[in-house]
Ligand binder design. Structure first.
Ligand code: SAM
Ligand code: DTB
Ligand code: SF4
Length: 344
């Protein structure tokens, strides 16, 4: 089978049957398959393009695959905040860092449902429940299954981000009505150890595999602006673009620097580099929703508009992410009206 593919500098015809299929054995588990669609160097070369050319390429891919003026909107709720045992260097919810976020118990279901109804009334189509767990225990999962079922029954798409999933958990979430599971790779394998030491890249990939196997849509992305190199940004995107099935949803977060976390004080990223990352994600994952995620509060609306032009077609909507701020709904409605965007 012949298929056209884009490389950074030219269009080439490749034989899809000859694409290299890499397989990694994961202790007694199903083999992980990756398809070598994009090398890290090819993606890094996208970043090197003049911005106008990169934007044009990203727009072209976007228009071939999506309504360019439609943006999916998800609302987040932290259902279990703080007290996390992990050491993610960016995260205000890690118990070991002295931040303003305290440890709270799991929210009662009626409060979660009230927040979901408010999100729906305000125009969100998906409700994403986040918990500051390394990995849920079965007794943690039970009430979350009820939340998922009830939120689904309201007519919202459901998403959860609960940490690493143990065997059988993804299936239980699927049975409860979960549409998407968010679990980020966060950064390139080469930079990962500078960010977190309490779980491995392989652990994260295993959870993504179990989500896929349970037939739940995969939402996985990362954080830009943690001090990684451009090549490492390209390396993160290559991880997703070369998955046998790239994630349906790819959140690209700008690091929100929170006092008390090890990453507070990191050099601020030039925001054109963020726009380039969105464009590179769009080009390398033509059929995925690319979400302009954390960090919008520190972006001028002109930069956000450039992200939409570069192919971002999803946002978090509502005044709070998990523990940090996000533009309020009225501000986003005004921005959508100015740009002629509509929500889906
Ligand atoms: N505990 C679960 C986990 O780590 O998978 C779920 C919640 S965790 C807060 C979800 C994601 O939020 C992280 O993987 C990270 O990508 C993102 N995140 C956390 N803190 C952030 C920050 N300060 N800036 C940008 N993104 C952040
Ligand atoms: C994702 O990629 N970004 C969201 C969601 N998935 C769970 C979380 C952003 C968190 C930003 C910091 C905070 O609010 O605590
Ligand atoms: Fe815990 Fe998730 Fe924060 Fe890491 S990102 S410290 S796992 S809540």
């Amino acid at each position: 089978m012949l298929e056209k593919t884009q490389t950074s500098t030219q269009e080439t015809i490749i034989n899809v049957d000859e694409l290299k299929l890499n397989t990694t054995a994961v202790e007694n588990k199903v083999e992980r398959k990756t398809v070598q669609r994009w090398t890290v160097d090819d993606i890094a070369a996208l970043y090197e393009m003049p911005l106008n050319d990169l934007m044009f390429k990203a727009q072209t891919v976007h228009r071939e695959n999506f309504d360019p003026n439609a943006v999916q909107v998800s609302t987040l709720l932290s259902i279990k905040t703080g007290g996390c045992s992990e050491d993610c260097g960016y995260c205000p919810q890690a118990a070991r860092y002295n931040t303003e976020v305290g440890s709270e118990p799991l929210m009662p279901i009626d409060e979660v449902l009230k927040a979901a109804q408010a999100a729906k009334d305000s125009g969100a189509s998906r409700f994403c429940m986040g918990a500051a767990w390394r990995s849920p225990k079965q007794r943690d999962l039970e009430p979350v299954l009820k939340m998922v079922a009830e939120v689904k029954a309201m007519g919202l798409e459901t998403c959860a981000t609960l940490g690493m999933l143990k065997e059988g958990m993804a299936e239980q979430l699927k049975d409860a009505g979960l549409d998407y599971y968010n679990h980020n790779l966060d950064t390139a394998p080469e930079f990962y150890e500078d960010v977190i030491s309490t779980r491995t890249y392989e652990d994260r990939l295993d959870t993504l595999d179990s989500v896929r196997e349970a037939d739940i849509n995969v939402c996985s992305g990362g954080i830009i602006g943690m001090g990684e190199t451009r090549k490492q940004r390209a390396g993160l995107l290559a991880q997703f673009a070369n998955m046998e099935r790239p994630p349906e949803s790819v959140p690209i977060n700008l690091l929100t620097q929170v006092e008390g976390t090890p990453m507070h004080g990191t050099d601020e990223l030039d925001l054109f580099e963020f726009v380039r990352t969105i464009a590179a994600a769009r080009i390398t994952m033509p059929k995925s929703f690319v979400r302009l995620s954390a960090g919008r509060q520190s972006m001028h609306e002109g930069i956000q508009a450039m992200c939409f032009m570069a192919g971002a077609n999803s946002i978090f909507y509502g005044e709070k992410l998990l523990t940090t701020g996000n533009p309020d709904a009225e501000t986003d409605k005004a921005l959508f009206a100015k740009l002629g965007l509509h929500s889906i």
